[in-house]
Design a protein around this ligand. Structure first.
Ligand SMILES: [Zn+2]
Length: 112
């Protein structure tokens, strides 16, 4: 099975260890890209066991790109983040690190 870019409405095939195609990846601010790699663990795409922190970072990244491309409305984006946090079972420290590093609050405020 082909692995596709995780950006919404993108069907570009990418290697399994990469989250997004080159174009979408570079719509992410550098700190957000760094966070994805910070929480990436070598081989997780084969073991199918990404950490809760990685999944949260991934969801935030997908949301950021969707907002930038106006694929999601700010209201829907906010709901998406809230529902990700409701299921999140990683550490509070990682959560704070990801939300601050991804500047989610600022982004959603700006988008309003
Ligand atoms: Zn893409």
């Amino acid at each position: 099975m082909k692995h596709l870019c995780h950006a919404l409405k993108c069907a570009t095939p990418v290697p399994p260890r990469l989250l997004m195609c080159n174009r979408h990846w570079h719509l992410l601010p550098k700190p957000a890209r760094d966070l994805i790699w910070h929480y990436y663990e070598d081989g997780q795409e084969h073991r199918k066991d990404p950490s809760a922190a990685y999944l949260l970072a991934q969801s935030c990244a997908v949301t950021i790109v969707a907002l930038r491309e106006r694929v999601l409305s700010p209201i829907t984006a906010r709901k998406h983040i809230v529902s990700c946090l409701a299921c999140y079972n990683g550490s509070a420290e990682d959560q704070d690190n990801i939300l601050a590093g991804m500047q989610i609050d600022e982004l959603l405020d700006e988008a309003w």
